[in-house]
Design a binder for this molecule. Structure first.
Ligand SMILES: Cc1cc2nc3c(=O)[nH]c(=O)nc-3n(C[C@H](O)[C@H](O)[C@H](O)COP(=O)(O)O)c2cc1C
Ligand code: SF4
Length: 518
């Protein structure tokens, strides 16, 4: 009798030895003349348990982890194929609280299915969204997405349905769907996990988007640092084409839709939608002034939807279960779920998808388990390199776009990066400016020049050089960058800088500047 063992082939698990574990399981089974079917999955996103191995038993999937290749003979010795006792046994996969406490509307298949099996995808609800969408009028699909309350998960939180309606209504014989898979924010990886673990979900979401707005062509713009995602997604595209789920007459319908992968070189600014479009067209990635919006004049001058991976991957479940079911989850104007990514100095690193509304404290202390170092949490940066640093006194802030904005913060792509009490916040403020100076596309002066001046001024403040004057200068510089920059790279970098100054003035050797205080 054959036993099925599931082992991730996702990049984090691979970096922790998943490939050797898979090889060791196959070799040990052969040595013992046992028939084992190894299925390579994506990751469920509980990184501290990777490589996480699961075995299919009569009692469901039993988990073991983190497993190293050297553990494998012992696991066979403990009869793990029947769910046997072993020091690495975690029990039924559903009994792991970190996984069980999530509400996975978008990422439910991660780590569960074989990412490259259409049968597996369909057996777990795949293509139900497209099935529901095909008989609908395109405008009704757009309305369903609007009604769901879905807002862009890439950072700006713009209502997805409204963007789609603009493209739907725009005149043009050729329209495009561009999926933004640049995922440049520090501490974020949900796009990558989704593409590696459930690529058909993104293909389905892009296909529905294409049908809804009248686009026959989609592009996945992905950074070159994601080789595994590029490979898995490319293979999934071929399978989908072979099975008539892409190409002319998608799934036997009258709609044509296909997707091409474009690999970027990995500049942070190429995640900004207009710089992305330049890069996608083969030019140097530089921000374009808006208007015109990409929805009117996007890729190759045509009406274009630019959406983040998670935004598009949330569409199938919205169509399959209905807009109301999605909208019923969430908090305030932040509807649905968000795949939160816990990173930095945190005990339980990984992906945690949940409805909006948990407090930051619940996310960091309860779900994340506090710091990995065991020291007190001092600061948390939410929303990538342009996000504000929040102190513990802000831990009652609900995870909600408006609540974070009200405290001069942002949720962005939902990266939550934790720092313990050894962090030097002046260094972090300097880093924000330095990052901006390196990644600036150079189009506008406040960002191109201001970020370099920002590094210099922070250095002077920390050295105690004419401190009061330089604090004032930094304040004015931040204001100029905030209101004078063409895009959010230069425009938002003041947030980490001023939040560090406001909440952690002692690291700068004195009291906060007035304008930074709330
Ligand atoms: C500097 C900068 C970097 C960005 N990087 C990304 C990124 O890596 N991924 C992403 O989806 N959106 C990124 N965005 C936001 C995009 O410009 C755009 O709002 C988004 O792709 C729209 O998709 P959504 O509505 O589904 O979020 C970035 C914006 C800026 C200003
Ligand atoms: S703010 Fe920076 S990245 Fe954005 S357009 Fe200006 S120079 Fe380019």
């Amino acid at each position: 009798m054959s036993v099925t063992v599931y082992i991730p082939r996702e990049a984090t698990a691979l970096s922790l030895g998943a490939q050797s574990v898979a090889r060791a399981v196959t070799e040990e089974a052969a040595r013992r003349s046992l028939t084992v079917r190894v299925v390579r999955t994506g990751s469920r996103g509980a990184f501290w348990l990777e490589p996480l191995l699961e075995v299919q038993t009569a009692a469901g999937r039993i988990a073991y982890g983190p497993v190293q290749a050297t553990d494998v003979p012992g696991l066979f010795g403990a009869d793990f194929l029947a769910g046997g006792q072993h020091s690495l046994r975690l029990g039924p996969i559903e009994s792991i609280p970190y996984l069980n406490n999530q509400e996975r509307l978008t990422c439910g298949r991660l780590g569960v299915i074989d990412p490259l099996s259409l049968d597996d995808y369909r057996a777990h609800g795949g293509y139900e969204g497209l099935k529901a969408a095909l008989p609908m009028e395109p405008a009704a699909i757009v309305k369903a997405v609007t009604d769901s309350g879905l807002r862009g998960r890439g950072g700006a939180a713009f209502p997805t349905g409204i963007k789609w309606k603009t493209v739907h209504d725009a005149p043009g014989s050729q329209k495009y769907i561009v999926c933004n898979a640049d995922e440049g924010d520090s501490g974020t990886f949900s796009d990558r996990l989704l593409m590696e673990g459930d690529p058909f979900c993104l293909i389905e979401g892009m296909t529905i988007a294409g049908i809804a707005v009248g686009a026959t062509k989609g592009f996945l713009y992905i950074r070159s640092e994601y080789p595994h995602a590029i490979e898995v997604f490319g293979r999934a595209l071929k399978i989908a084409r072979d099975e008539n789920m892409l190409g002319s007459g998608v799934a036997g319908s009258a709609y044509d839709f296909d997707i091409e992968i474009r690999v970027g070189a990995g500049a942070y600014v190429c995640g900004e939608e207009t710089a992305l479009l330049d890069s996608l067209e083969g030019k140097r990635g530089q921000v374009r002034a808006k208007p015109p919006l990409p929805a009117h004049n996007g890729a190759f001058g045509q009406p274009t939807v630019v959406n983040n991976v998670i935004s598009l991957a949330s569409v199938p479940v919205i169509l399959a279960d209905g807009a109301d079911a999605y909208r019923d989850v969430g908090f305030g104007r932040s509807r649905g779920t968000m795949p939160i990514q816990l990173a930095g100095n945190v005990k339980y690193r990984g992906l945690f998808e949940t409805g909006f509304g948990l407090t930051l404290g619940e996310i960091v202390d309860d779900i994340g388990g506090g710091t990995a170092s065991g020291r007190p949490v001092r600061a948390v940066q939410v929303g990538g390199p342009l996000g504000a640093y929040f102190p513990r006194s802000y831990f009652d802030t609900p995870f909600d776009y408006e609540a974070f904005a009200a405290k001069n913060g942002l949720i962005g792509h939902a990266g939550v990066t934790v720092f313990d009490d050894t962090v030097d916040m002046a260094r972090m403020a300097r880093f924000a400016m330095e990052f901006c100076s390196i990644e600036s596309c150079g189009k506008c002066t406040p960002c191109r020049i201001g970020s370099t001046r920002g590094v210099e001024v922070i250095d002077k403040i920390v050295r105690g050089e004419r401190r009061a004057e330089n604090l004032k200068l930094l304040e004015e510089l931040c204001e100029t960058m905030r209101f004078g920059s063409l895009c959010a790279l230069g425009g938002f970098v003041p947030f980490p800088v001023t939040s560090a100054l406001t909440h952690f003035p002692e690291d700068f050797g004195g009291a906060p500047i007035a304008a930074a205080a709330e």
